[in-house]
Every structure is written in structure tokens, then in C-alpha cells.
Design a protein around this ligand. Structure first.
Ligand code: CAO
Length: 428
């Protein structure tokens, strides 16, 4: 004898309006006891609804997208006594009572998320719209985040259904890839296993190096930079510097050419205010500064740092010499405070103590220019009548071309050359 058994949603722990994600049976299907009839989903979990009877499905009362609660009728199953031990054949059809259904997983049970497949943009593969299998709630959630749900190829739910967590994981993955790339969409560098070519050793970069690297990359990508090279005749300046140092006692800090360069630079900035400026973040305004602070790139065991000498226009050679020595020592000992490195207007990068003929320093944005110096050397210079031995100092000026025109750059450099060529002009 057969009995018609009603299959209802069992106790799901005080959760109502549960989404029906999938219905896996249709009228006429032969089903076994415990076979999954439908898949339900709450915000927190996905669960299979098992059949509490074996037999032939007569009618199905739900469809994907419906909402169900405890007691909602799912389907009727015509169950024979032979195939269904739990059904009572002696019961009349209309009085058939569904046995206690097998419990479904509690909604609080954590859902195991399968590893996220690579999105289409990464795999290069195309994903059919049929692959996007998700509830309206999840689709809405994806839309709110601007996620094309079709790019999530497989979900963590049953039969690859896409859950909210899959959408969140997809967003996290895309964000992580975004940070691996630059904001301009420039692809990141490939990772190479160098050990295949020979022995290697890995050294962690210092924090300063890592931060400097990030900042330099940002500047490199954001600023159209031009570097202009020239040389200044510092023969007389050098003679004066040597004379001043000769007057100093053994323990005094010696004056280096850099202090004169700092003074010359500031005098040129007074003459060309657009060099003592920063572009506003929206690129609409030039912010002109009325103070004259110079950053000095200092080489330290941990990397490059830039202490700032303040109000250089109000300080003399001796005061600046002492301050430069103090700040560069502090820098080398790693004792600079953040305030020591803030508020610079233009940075000087001097490699003169080491060598070089020219280089292209990168602007320390939001400053608009950086001044590079390499090693001075004696050169034969034609004075109109004869070649004279002159001490020539190579200079490099990199500027942000959005703010500084080429001609302005050349004039600025010419002014600095003039100050260095005749330091009496610094008094004017
Ligand atoms: N030409 C010839 N000689 C120079 C010179 C130049 N342009 N600049 C410095 N010298 C000489 C100095 O007179 C000094 O000579 P003595 O030993 O005979 O006195 C010697 O080189 C060493 O000078 P210094 O480097 O100690 O002092 P400085 O004032 O010129 O520079 C500082 C100070 C802190 C800028 C420097 O030590 C430093 O760290 N430079 C590296 C900056 C850097 O890393 N730049 C790269 C940044 S990436 O863009």
C-alpha cells in the first residue's frame, strides 16, 4: 500500500524567510530517503533539505527564489511500504503524516568556502552566465559592491553556488591584485627564482628603504620630470672655503662646499618663487611658500633620509655648517625625529664627496624641484684669450614640468651658477 507523505521544512532554529536557492527534484522523480530535495540559504549558511521519505515525487511546492520557514510544505512523495520503512502504509492517503524530518544543518554552522578560483581577468577564460548561480540576495549584494557575479566562477555553496562570502573573497582578491599593480594599471614585475642560476642570499630591506622605494615609485609615475645639467665655476668659492677652514681650529666642524650651494639655492628661490612651491592635489593651484627650508639627502646605513634645514635665508655659513653636521650625524645614528624631516621646500642630493659627472635625481614631491651635485674637478676653461684651469662643479636640476617650464629651469640654474661663481652676490 502507498502513502502520500508531505515533506515540510523542519525546525531550523528560529530563522524565518530562508531563501530557496535550488530545487533538485521534480514530479515523477524517484527519490531515496535523505536525498536532497532543495537547497536553502541564510545570510550565514547554506543547507541541504533532505527528504524524510523515499518514493515518487508527486508535487513540488517551492521554486528557487521563494522564501520558506519552519513548516512550509516542500513536496509530496508517494511512498510505498517496501521502499519506505518510515511511512505507514495502513494510513489513508489523505491522513498521511510526515515522519520527523531529518535535521538540517544549523544556520550558525560555518560554511566551508572552497578556494577562490581565479577571476576571468586573471585566467583569461570566459565564464558563461549560467555559471553564476546565486540567490537574489547574493546578486543584490554583489551589485551593491559593483561585482560582476559572472566573474565568480565557482561558489562555496552546494553545486558551486555563490554565497555572500564568495563575493567578499572575490572583492578581497581583486583589491589585493590592485595593490600589486600600480594605480595606472602597470603590471607588477614577475617573480623570478634566481636560485636556479646559482647560489643566492635573501636580505630584508630596511623600513626606510621600503618606504623610500614606495615614495619614489609614486613620484616617478605621477610627475612629468625633466633634468637639466650645467656646471658652475667654483674656483673662487673654493679658495674662500679653504681660507675659512684654515682659520678654524682642529676640533671645529669644517665648512664643505655644500653650505654655499644651500645658500645659492635659496637666493635663487627668492628670485624665482615658483621653485619654492607645491602644486595643490587637484593640480589647479600653485601654493607659494614664504619660508625657505632645504632638505638634504643623507646617506645612512639604513638608507636615504632627508633632514630639513629651516629658515636657511636667515642663517649664515657657520650656523648652517654646524646645523648640517648635527642633522647629518643624527641621520646616520638613526636619531632624527619626524619633525626633523618635514617641511622641506627643495631637496639637495649631493654625491660630490663620492664622485660622478651627472645624474638625474627624482623630485621629493610635493616639492617641485630637486638639486643634484656631483664631484667638482679642475678643467681647462676658455676665457676668450686662453684656457685657464678652473674648478668646475657639475649641477643637476630636476623639476616638475607641470609647474616649471624649461626656460624657467634654465634661468634658475643660471642664477645658481652666478651665485656660486661669485658668492659676494649672496649679500645683495
Ligand atoms: N666636489 C668635490 N668634493 C666634494 C664635493 C664636490 N661636489 N662635495 C663634497 N666634497 C668633498 C668635501 O669637501 C669633503 O672633503 P674633505 O674630506 O677633504 O673635507 C668630502 O668630499 C666629503 O664631504 P661630505 O660628503 O662628508 O660632506 P658634504 O657636506 O659635501 O655632504 C652629506 C654632506 C650629508 C650630503 C653627504 O655626506 C651625503 O650623505 N651625501 C649622499 C647623499 C645621497 O645619498 N644622495 C643620493 C640621493 S639619491 O637621489
Amino acid at each position: 500500500m502507498a502513502a502520500l507523505i508531505e515533506i515540510k521544512v523542519p525546525d531550523v532554529g528560529n530563522v524565518a524567510d530562508i531563501d530557496v536557492v535550488d530545487v533538485l527534484v521534480k514530479p515523477g522523480d524517484q527519490i531515496k530517503l535523505e536525498q536532497t530535495l532543495a537547497v536553502l540559504e541564510t545570510d550565514k549558511a547554506s543547507m541541504d533539505l533532505p527528504s524524510s521519505a523515499a518514493g515518487t515525487v508527486q508535487e513540488v511546492f517551492i521554486k528557487p527564489g521563494d522564501k520558506v520557514s519552519e513548516g512550509t510544505l516542500i513536496a509530496t512523495v508517494l511512498a510505498s511500504a517496501e521502499e519506505n520503512s518510515v511511512a505507514k502504509p495502513e494510513q489513508p492517503l489523505q491522513e498521511a503524516v510526515a515522519p520527523a524530518p531529518a535535521p538540517v544543518a544549523p544556520v550558525s554552522e560555518p560554511v566551508v568556502i572552497k578556494p577562490e578560483p581565479l577571476p576571468e581577468t586573471v585566467t583569461g577564460g570566459s565564464v558563461s552566465s549560467a555559471a553564476a548561480h546565486a540567490t537574489p540576495a547574493v546578486r543584490l549584494f554583489a551589485r551593491e559592491l559593483g561585482v560582476d557575479i559572472h566573474k565568480i566562477t565557482t561558489g562555496g555553496g552546494r553545486k558551486g553556488r555563490i554565497l555572500k562570502d564568495d563575493v567578499k573573497n572575490f572583492v578581497k582578491k581583486v583589491m589585493a591584485e590592485g595593490t600589486a599593480q600600480s594605480g595606472t594599471g602597470i603590471p607588477s614585475m614577475p617573480s623570478v627564482d634566481f636560485s636556479q642560476f646559482g647560489d643566492i642570499e635573501e636580505q630584508k630591506l630596511s623600513k626606510i628603504k621600503r618606504l623610500t622605494g614606495q615614495n619614489l615609485s609614486r613620484v616617478w609615475l605621477n610627475l612629468p620630470m625633466v633634468t637639466y645639467h650645467d656646471e658652475a665655476d667654483i674656483t673662487e668659492m673654493e679658495a674662500f672655503r679653504v681660507a675659512l677652514n684654515a682659520e678654524k681650529s682642529k676640533d671645529d666642524v669644517k665648512i664643505t662646499g655644500l653650505v654655499f650651494i644651500i645658500k645659492a639655492l635659496v637666493s635663487a628661490m627668492e628670485q624665482f618663487p615658483q621653485f619654492n612651491a607645491s602644486l595643490s592635489a587637484d593640480g589647479e593651484k600653485l601654493i607659494l611658500k614664504k619660508y625657505f627650508n632645504i632638505g638634504i639627502a643623507v646617506d645612512t646605513p639604513n638608507g636615504l633620509v632627508v633632514p630639513v634645514l629651516r629658515d636657511v635665508n636667515r642663517k649664515g655659513i657657520n650656523e648652517l655648517t654646524a646645523e648640517l653636521a648635527e642633522k647629518s650625524n643624527k641621520a646616520r645614528l638613526g636619531k632624527l625625529m619626524p619633525a626633523d624631516m618635514q617641511g622641506g621646500c627643495i631637496t639637495i642630493s649631493s654625491l660630490g664627496g663620492i664622485g660622478g659627472t651627472a645624474f638625474t635625481p627624482i623630485v621629493n614631491a610635493p616639492e617641485v624641484a630637486i638639486f643634484g651635485v656631483t664631484r667638482a674637478k679642475m678643467q681647462p676653461v676658455w676665457n676668450g684669450k686662453e684656457f685657464m684651469p678652473r674648478l668646475m662643479l657639475p649641477l643637476d636640476l630636476t623639476y616638475d614640468h607641470r609647474v616649471i617650464d624649461g626656460v624657467e629651469g634654465a634661468r634658475f640654474m643660471a642664477a645658481i651658477k652666478q651665485y656660486l661663481g661669485d658668492i659676494r652676490r649672496l649679500l645683495l
